[in-house]
Design a protein around this ligand. Structure first.
Ligand code: SF4
Length: 393
């Protein structure tokens, strides 16, 4: 079986080439061909000796991802569903804005953290992605968007905010981050690569020392009692430990603040009193807040905070001097929120059934409203047909 070269960052590639008796600059050349120029075959690497190209061809490969679905929203958001085998699918989302293009990348198929408001969490954990599967999302998006042409850098930012908890797949994440930052590959600055974590405290410390990129923390609650319910990992790493880890991270972070993500859940975590509690919680952590309108999905049992409530909540943070933004919803017509599309492909863990046995303490909630289908570029029926096809054994 051939070895997948996409698993290697510069250091790994150099060691691999040394074992072949090749100089280290050859490794850099190959890294550049693959990630900077988007080469798909070794015979495209014209500055390598023919004998080396043949050797690489015989022993290594550069597999493309299996694209199961490719949807573009009316607002330009583009989402790929990638088949990673054995009925597992992951999602990658490109979000174009006037001054940047952000790619949201997955790190695991499913997720074990099981946050109550998260569609991916509902699907349960299937497996960790390899470094190749993580970086292949960036390779593919770059290729599909036509970004390998030298003067065209469409992906300016990467956020590890897709499916999965990246810090629970650290050994595969780290080389992928290094490839993103490598000047011979994608050349992104540390400020433009963000790892989002639900609060895996020991691995936040590892990331700080190994590859301190920008850090976002999924907070979602101002106290342990509520966060234990919404983000079960909090029982293991409670808020006091999490806040201390954020402060330690900032000693090496490329930005001088932590971004706290806070999904707004109607009647659950969106009161003025909770906003005031939040201000106290983060008082020693330089930070900014990103308030996220909840993206309802079947079976969550949660509803969206009203626009008025989100603004009132944000005002409390702003008055306390905390930079606060409200995330725009993007790609609603293509289910661009994390986990929504893959969740329709397969529920491998019967988590829905388990959730019913263990209902939310905040119930009853109104059923989430059906997604607005009028603006779909791909009709809902078409998508369902494709998904049904995909889910066949
Ligand atoms: S929000 Fe993130 S950490 Fe929580 S279940 Fe979803 S993917 Fe996992």
């Amino acid at each position: 079986m051939k070895t997948n070269l996409l698993n290697y960052d510069a250091q790994g590639m150099t060691e691999l080439f040394a074992q072949m008796g090749e100089k280290s600059f050859r490794a850099r050349q190959v890294l550049r061909w693959v990630h900077h120029y988007g080469a798909q075959r070794f015979d495209q690497m014209t500055d390598l000796a023919k004998s080396l190209r043949i050797k690489l061809e015989n022993e290594y490969d550069l597999p493309l991802p299996e694209i199961a679905l490719d949807h573009t929203s009316i607002d330009g958001t583009r989402k790929w569903l990638i088949d990673v085998g054995q009925g597992n699918a992951i999602e990658t989302v490109y979000i174009p804005e006037s001054n940047r293009g952000t790619l949201c990348v997955s790190s695991q198929a499913g997720c074990a953290v099981n946050c109550r408001f998260c569609s991916t969490g509902h699907q349960g954990f299937n497996r960790n992605l390899t470094t190749a599967e993580i970086i292949n999302q960036l390779w593919w998006a770059n290729h599909a968007l036509g970004g390998n042409q030298q003067d065209k850098k469409l992906i300016t930012n990467v956020v590890m905010m897709g499916m999965g908890e990246p810090l629970l797949n650290y050994s595969q994440l780290l080389p992928a981050l290094k490839i993103m930052l490598d000047d011979n590959a994608y050349g992104l600055s540390r400020r433009r690569v963000t790892v989002s974590t639900s609060g895996v405290v020991p691995m936040m410390d590892r990331l700080k020392d190994d590859c301190p990129v920008a850090l976002a923390v999924s907070l979602h609650a101002p106290n342990d009692a509520l966060r234990d319910e919404l983000v079960p990992l909090n029982k293991k790493y409670p808020l006091r430990e999490l806040m201390a880890a954020c402060q330690r991270y900032l000693t090496k972070a490329p930005r001088d603040f932590i971004t706290f993500e806070y999904v707004m859940l109607n009647g659950v975590n969106d009161s003025i009193k909770q906003a005031q509690e939040l201000v106290k919680l983060v008082q020693d952590v330089p930070c900014k807040f990103n308030l996220i309108p909840f993206n309802p999905f079947p079976a969550s049992g949660l509803t969206v905070s009203s626009r008025k409530q989100v603004h009132a909540f944000g005002e409390v943070l702003l008055e306390a001097g905390i930079v606060t933004t409200i995330r725009k919803t993007r790609g609603d017509d293509i289910d661009a929120a994390c986990g929504q599309l893959a969740g329709q492909v397969k529920d491998r863990t019967s988590r829905d059934a388990r959730m019913q046995e263990q209902p939310l303490v905040f119930t009853p909630y109104a059923k989430p409203e059906a997604a607005d289908k009028k603006t779909s570029v791909v009709s809902f029926e078409q998508m369902q047909q494709q998904l049904a096809q995909l889910a066949k054994p």
